[in-house]
Design a protein around this ligand. Sequence first.
Ligand code: SF4
Length: 105
Amino acid sequence: MKPTDIRDPEYFHKVVDCQYACPAHTPVPEYIRLIAAGKYTEAYLINWESNVFPGVLGRTCDRPCEPACRRGRVEEEPVAICRLKRVAADFKDDINQRLDTRSTF
Ligand code: SF4
C-alpha cells in the first residue's frame, strides 16, 4: 500500500475540510488542540509555518475555513477558527529565540 502523501493538499480535501479550505492549508485542528491545552506559543508557531502573520490574519482573514468546518453541519455556528488564531497570537510568549531556529529565509 502506498504511503499517504500529506504534502498534497488534496489529501486534506478528504479528511480535514477546514485545512483544505484555508488558502495556506494551515493545520487548523492541530493549532486548536494546542490552544485547548493552553499552549498558545506552540499554536502560534504552527500557524507561523503556513503564514508568517498569524496575528494579522486572525484579524483580517476572510476565513473560508469556517464555512467548511464540520461543526457547522451539526450546530448553528462553526468553530471560530480565525478568532482562535488571534487568541494564539495575543497570548503567545516571546518567540524571537524560537523563530531564529525555525527561519528558512
Ligand atoms: S482563518 Fe484564514 S488563514 Fe486561518 S485557517 Fe482560516 S482560512 Fe486559513
